[in-house]
Design a protein around this ligand. Structure first.
Ligand code: NAP
Ligand code: GDD
Length: 368
């Protein structure tokens, strides 16, 4: 019987890491992950996988034979990176671990560079030094394009506007350099913004959908935002992880843009979210300089023709569907936590059911 392929994911506990782990397990991979030690739980998104493959449930299966297994490690710790590579012997490495918040990178520029650039270098150099016969995927970002005019593709110049962007551009170049200099199969996925119900709560889309759910259950009165005019090309994380995998299945290492080809402003996302429950967003929006950045990326719109043609990757989930998916998930979560769920549900789908309750609560808000 053919050996199972082993995939190693840094940042496995993040939004993308959790979807990628699920996707690769379905493809029959053995999935290994690096988890950073934290004082409170940072594995919530992969809890179902941890529980499914928990040692106590599978006492006869050794950790290293289990389909899913994660270990503590840190991208800032070269020895932990090396130990995990020695232990797992991966066929494919997906480097998703990062300080991924652009605004935070202005406050913590050096640690952002340490994790996002040096962390990438630590893996690449270990692959070189250990002569690992593996493929390497780097989570590059549309934030690298900065002020370059949209639409952006693989030939668009990088003009980063943040320490995060600077780190990602340098890491992108490191990937190319290790590919050219040492023949390592190392590829960049230049992913435009992608969201999901698992998105971190301080990114703008989730801040809005969670904020709306809180307003509806009476836990908050408004949402405070910074730059409303920024345009983003928002896709669905659950689909983008397949793009990552396809990039590593290509016959040669290369760089690909992954995007939907649609762009919308932050204001559009706010308007669409509130309109879904019949509210006017303007009555719930507070604008504050607190959430404005020293420099921002004005407009992102990806041209992923290359990925469509060469990899056959085609996104199906676009702006309206993502907004709805995230709102329904946050309404469900809030209603369940506050006991705000009537028992009679019949055969209604989640979308209709939770949006229906959301609209009822919204109409009460309008009256009060
Ligand atoms: P995320 O939810 O913030 O996940 C990042 C993961 O990296 C978390 O599990 C985090 O662990 C881990 N991490 C942070 N510092 C680490 C360190 N020093 N050592 C090891 N792990 C560390 O981000 P995401 O949205 O899934 O994004 C995944 C990757 O794609 C990131 O590299 C991001 O920069 C890049 N990217 C994202 C997008 C997007 O729109 N989502 C677009 C382009 C590129 P903790 O939970 O402990 O913090
Ligand atoms: N987070 C946040 N919070 N952003 C706000 C707010 C707010 O209160 N108000 C306005 N914005 C604006 C930001 O200024 C930015 O222009 C836009 O909303 C999107 O912000 P984020 O959701 O934080 O995402 P990002 O585009 O900065 O970065 C994300 O996408 C990159 C790819 O382009 C992250 O996922 C990065 O890791 C990723 O590389």
């Amino acid at each position: 019987m053919a050996e199972k392929r082993v995939a190693f994911i840094t940042g496995i506990g993040g939004q993308d890491g959790s979807y990628l782990a699920e996707f690769l397990l379905k493809q029959g991979y053995q999935v290994r992950g690096m988890i950073r030690r934290a004082s409170s739980p940072n594995t919530e998104r992969i809890l179902p996988l941890i529980e499914q493959y928990w040692e106590s449930k599978n006492p006869d299966v050794k950790s290293l034979d289990s389909p899913f297994f994660s270990q503590y490690g840190d991208l800032t710790d070269a020895s932990s990176v090396r130990s995990l590579l020695e232990e797992f012997h991966p066929d494919e490495i997906y480097n998703l671990g990062a300080q991924s918040h652009v605004a935070v990178s202005f406050q913590n520029p050096l640690s952002t560079l340490d994790i996002n650039l040096m962390g990438t270098m630590r893996i690449l150099d270990a692959i070189r030094d250990m002569k690992l016969p593996c493929r390497f995927y780097q989570a590059s970002s549309s934030e690298m394009f900065g002020t370059s005019q949209p639409p952006q593709n693989e030939n668009t110049p990088f003009r980063p506007q943040s320490p995060y962007g600077v780190a990602k551009v340098a890491a992108f170049n490191a990937v190319r350099m290790y590919r050219d200099a040492y023949g390592i199969f190392a590829s960049n996925g230049i992913l435009f913004n992608h969201e999901s119900p698992r998105r971190g709560i301080n990114f703008v889309t989730r801040k809005i959908t969670m904020g709306l759910a809180k307003i509806l259950v009476g836990k908050d009165r408004n949402i405070v935002l910074g730059n409303l005019d920024a345009k983003r090309d928002w896709g669905f994380s659950g689909e983008y992880v397949e793009g990552m995998w396809r990039i590593l299945q290509h016959e040669k290492p290369d760089d690909f843009v992954i995007a939907t080809g649609e762009t919308h402003t932050v204001r559009d996302f706010m308007r669409e979210s509130f309109a879904l429950v019949g509210l006017n967003y303007e009555n719930f929006l507070v604008s504050s300089d607190r959430y404005k950045r020293p420099a921002d990326v004005p407009a992102l719109l990806g041209d992923s023709t290359k990925a469509r043609k060469i990899l056959g990757w085609n996104p199906q989930v676009k702006f309206k569907e993502i907004t709805k998916m995230m709102i329904v998930a946050d309404l469900k979560d809030k209603f369940e936590k506050t006991g705000n769920v009537p028992i009679e549900r019949g055969v209604m789908r989640d979308d209709d059911y939770y949006l229906g309750i959301g609209r009822d609560l919204a109409s009460k808000l309008r009256k009060s």
